[in-house]
Design a protein around this ligand. Structure first.
Ligand code: FES
Length: 135
């Protein structure tokens, strides 16, 4: 019974519906359609748009997820890899804090931007603190 109904829709009703659609022969033909022709065409165009969206959507979501997984959003993006080198002998302060959240405006030094990042995202990142041993 159900299959009979599906078969009737696919073999009889759908082709008849498609045959009655006022699909123009060319792009410029769309401009010559009347309002009632547009109203008949809109549900069909909506279904096509929905199918197109559903076909493309998984790829768009994957691209967005890739962007979300970036750690470094803006520091030295022109370089393939950001590497900072600091000589231990040059550490003149008793304590130095280096950024590990990639949000510091004074990178590679920590400027406290991790606090705002943690507040906004619920993350728990913080700096690497190098301390000189007190002798
Ligand atoms: Fe990045 Fe502090 S600003 S760890």
């Amino acid at each position: 019974m159900v299959l009979e109904s599906v078969a009737r829709i696919v073999k009889v009703q759908l082709p008849a519906y498609l045959k009655r659609l006022p699909v123009p022969e060319s792009i410029t033909g769309f401009a010559r359609l009347t309002v009632s022709e547009w109203l008949r065409l809109l549900p069909f165009l909506g279904v096509l748009a929905l199918l197109g969206y559903l076909a493309v959507h998984p790829f768009l979501q994957k691209k967005k997820q890739q962007k979300d997984s970036l750690i470094n959003l803006k520091i030295q993006k022109e370089n393939l890899k950001v590497v900072n080198e600091i000589n231990i002998e040059d550490l003149c302060l008793a304590k130095a804090a280096y950024c590990r959240c990639w949000r510091s405006k004074t990178f590679p030094a920590c400027d406290g931007s991790h606090n705002k990042h943690n507040e906004l995202t619920g993350d728990n990142v913080g700096p690497l603190i190098l301390k000189k041993k007190e002798v």
